[in-house]
Design a protein around this ligand. Structure first.
Ligand code: PLP
Length: 419
């Protein structure tokens, strides 16, 4: 009972094609209404709307300090810079123990602050930092901080990461870019570790256009990050350290505030869609959704599956070609993993991370999806599994479409480059 696949010339399941993301933009009128009063007085950056956003988020997450920044990357850079300032004089800051299975910006921020990442493996089911492997890699000494990412909006066992950092007697920073609104055992992300940093860029659950939020319970760190985003000028132009212009503008805060008002409703919809994917995909051999602990709530910033090629019968790349032909846009988050990227390449392999990276693919998840999208995508994934033999012949081993198929038919993915 296989449906005919678009790869073999059938009409694509999604026509027009399904976009990978649709940012949850708030109504423009609302944004303008929030912006107008300050705008007319010339308050354009780091003003009352930014304060309102910081206070609103601090209240919601139950954290002492929230500092809005121009982006999450900037926020991470400011945190690592501030941690360097807080270290005892003469102390060498040391490497940052962190996963390679994260977005490049986590490592970029570390490197911009003159620190080196020390990459550790991720867990095969959760895709989160593998704490046992991280502990092993820290054993040689020389680690000055730990960074862990809440991958795809699911908490990364924050207490486990905290206890690793405590044993090493170093600060711990969470890259919470995906995580605004997620909880670990009913505790919101934002309150863990030395600091956490959220992103408000359009692909994330709360959007500002661009923006970041640093959360911390540490008064000294908060002061340094706050000064740091303003060139590290404490107010008298006698700059205290090498800062940045890392401020958030009032325009961005207006968008973020309007978006914040609907965050819970938005997250509920994402979780409902994730549930649909789970139900529709759980019976497909060789395909597994990211494992999220039952006591945690993810934001599902991404809905990511891992494809085991032996069990499923096709590689991730072959499945992606099938999906693209059906009009389903996808992303291979995070492939290549950071340690395989030119900016951060290391000679040693990280076999688990590389295996995971070669198997993952993120599927569309946002409230504006057409009805039954998850079910329809799962049906394609299942059809492709049943047709694996034919797809193999058609695509060749590398998952790339050969120009001409076995029966001499032209692949639509080649004939029609936008799919
Ligand atoms: C998006 C992202 C960032 C960067 O956020 P910006 O706001 O774009 O700087 C950092 N880390 C992770 C894990 C991300 O996904």
């Amino acid at each position: 009972m296989t449906e005919r696949l678009a790869l073999f010339g059938a009409r694509p399941a999604f026509d027009p094609p399904l976009r990978f993301v649709r940012p949850p933009v708030p109504p423009l009128d609302e944004v303008v209404a929030r912006l107008r009063p300050g705008y007319e007085t010339g308050a354009l950056t780091n003003g009352p709307l930014v304060r309102e956003l910081e206070e609103g988020v601090a209240h919601r997450l139950g954290v002492r300090h929230v500092i809005a920044t121009a982006s999450c990357t900037t926020g991470l850079m400011l945190v690592f810079r501030a941690l360097g300032e807080l270290a005892p004089a003469g102390e060498i800051p040391g490497e940052v123990l962190m996963p390679s299975f994260t977005f490049s910006a986590s490592a970029h921020a570390v490197a911009w602050c003159g620190r080196r990442p020390r990459f550790a493996e991720c867990d095969e089911r959760t895709f989160q930092l593998d704490l046992r492997d991280a502990r092993r890699r820290a054993a040689g000494g020389g680690v000055g901080a730990v960074l862990a990412t809440h991958v795809f909006g699911a908490p990364c066992d924050p207490p486990g990461v905290e206890s690793l950092a405590a044993d090493l007697a170093v600060p711990v920073v969470f890259d919470a870019a995906h995580g605004l609104g997620a909880t670990h055992r009913a505790r919101p992300l934002g309150g863990f570790g030395t600091a956490e940093v959220f992103s408000l860029t359009p692909t994330k659950p709360l959007v500002a256009g661009e923006g970041g939020l640093v959360t911390t319970g540490d008064d000294e760190l908060a002061t340094l990050v706050r000064i740091g985003r303003d060139y590290a000028n404490p107010g008298d132009y006698d700059t205290q350290f090498v800062g940045l212009n890392g401020r958030m503008s009032e325009f961005h805060a207006a968008v973020a505030l309007a978006s914040f008002a609907t965050l819970d409703a938005h997250l509920e919809e994402r979780r409902a869609i994730a549930g649909e994917y789970e139900r529709a995909m759980c019976t497909i051999p060789g395909v597994a959704l990211q494992h999220v602990d039952s006591s945690d709530r993810s934001t599902y910033k991404d809905l990511t599956i891992a494809v085991d090629p032996d069990e499923y019968g096709l590689t991730r790349d072959q499945l992606v070609t099938v999906l693209h032909a059906e009009g389903v846009d996808t992303r291979n988050y995070f492939d290549p993993p950071v340690h395989r990227q030119r900016a951060h390449r290391i000679p040693e392999p990280l076999p688990v991370t590389e295996r995971v990276a070669s198997r993952v693919v993120s599927l569309p998840i946002y409230p504006a999806l057409p009805p039954r999208t998850a079910e329809r995508i799962a049906a394609i994934v299942e059809s492709a599994r049943r047709d694996a033999g034919r797809i193999h012949t058609f695509l060749g081993g590398d998952g790339q479409v050969s120009t001409v198929g076995p029966d001499g038919e032209m692949s639509p993915a080649v004939a029609n480059p936008q799919v």
